[in-house]
Write a new protein. Structure first.
Length: 101
């Protein structure tokens, strides 16, 4: 029996094991570089430390875009300009689990 947090359980429900690239996820230093360089340029403000989940990390925060597609477009543009471009894929998920922990 594995003791999972509600956030991990929600993540696992949204992203089945076959979609996660476990063992290929970015390093914490790459995620921190993303948070410190790429995301601010894309007008995303992180609100907590990155949380490790199977296959990657969750970075919570806020943005001023009308929707997640516009946010991902902005992040993709900034990511393409960085040395991180071929090291990670960014996925937007609304925070359905906010109140579960």
């Amino acid at each position: 029996l594995v003791n999972q947090t509600s956030r991990e359980m929600a993540f696992s429900a949204l992203y089945p094991k076959c979609t996660r690239k476990e063992g290929e996820e970015p390093t914490i230093s790459q995620v921190e570089a993303l948070i410190n360089t790429v995301l601010p340029q894309a007008k995303f403000s992180s609100s907590s430390k990155p949380q490790k989940v199977a296959g990657g990390y969750i970075v919570s925060g806020t943005h001023k875009y009308e929707n997640g597609d516009a946010l991902i477009d902005a992040i993709d543009r900034e990511l393409a300009k960085s040395s991180l471009a071929d090291k990670m894929t960014i996925v937007y998920t609304p925070n359905y689990a906010s109140g579960l922990e």
